[in-house]
Design a protein around this ligand. Sequence first.
Ligand code: PMP
Length: 399
Amino acid sequence: MSTGNEEYRTRWKGALTDNYGTPALALVRGEGAQVWDADGTRYTDFVGGIAVNALGHAHPAVVAAVTSQIRTLGHVSNLYVSEPVIALGERLLQLFGRPGKVFFCNSGAEAVEAAFKIGRLTGRTHMVATAGGFHGRTMGALALTGQPKKQDPFLPLPGDVTHVPYGDTEALRAAVTEQTALVVIEPVQGENGVVVPPPGYLTAAREITRATGTLLVLDEVQTGIGRCGQWFEHQAHEGVEPDLVTLAKGLGGGLPLGAVAAFGAAADLLRPGQHGTTFGGNPVACAAGLAVIDTIAAEGLLEQVKARGERLRSGIEASAHPLVSHVRGAGLLLGIVLTEPLAPQVQQAAQDAGYLVNAPAPDVVRLMPPYVLSQGEADAFLRDLPGILDAANGDGSGE
Ligand code: PMP
């Protein structure tokens, strides 16, 4: 007997914690940008595991790399070293185009946590982050996250953190002093609703932090590994050279994998014994990471990300639907900004029409599909979007 969405929901309630609420759907299978739920309904996946599934579901290169690696050597801990972890560290540094050192962990929050600890090793304690920014839910990462609702139940949080308005160069300049250990910035604020800073912001952040000897941490957990059309979003516009870059999400091809890349003097701050995690640099996760990077490079997917992103952006704006104000973002990290706070209704209407999208803010619908999204899949979404928006508009009641 097959198990449907409803039965999964009941089992979820019986066994799992309440922090996520109860998910609407149980997904059972995926291929490329398509996923199927437990009732057998098919969706085009514009959520991508929250910007994780760069190559889509069940990509043959990831399947082959993971299968081969787990058959050979599944786990060694960091008491030993294995080929995939070294190869992935080398490959990342090659993509950054700078010498440095990489620390591997298992998630975005852990990558930020490591950056937080590296910041403390400067001997300074003050940190600056941005209002609305999201850096994860562990205590150090949460202290940097600029969303009071997420922080409040857990006060007091570690650190001495000042949050400044995102994109405001003068506020940043005023907050950063010679006591500031680090400044952490997302090149695009993803969880806050795909907020893009004004041109020159990262360059100014680099100048400000350099002048005070402060580490510049760019949190590329969401924007990195090609999501925005270049390997790392900070490489796009401004030629900025950060001291630390945090990565996760797309890096592991769906396996739990995070990393911090450190450059210059920041690469030498962590001393033996000061930080670590058993699973960090796991050979299977790193083999998946190498497969992701090799496939993006071999198949020209950075160009495809830019092309699909542009097509979606211009197609959505050209629809001139009254519920659409504009589209913001970069590459395949796009936010449809609505003229009314109906994003949850749009999410539901999209699901009813066979598309998974996400609503990070009441008036923002976020798209972060796999880079392998075909032109046909993008165009089908564009064709169906006006009907989805009409349905959302007609259902003003909410749930
Ligand atoms: N930083 C950024 C920019 C993120 O978008 C996220 C996750 N949405 C995190 C950190 C935390 O990553 P994780 O959920 O893997 O802990």
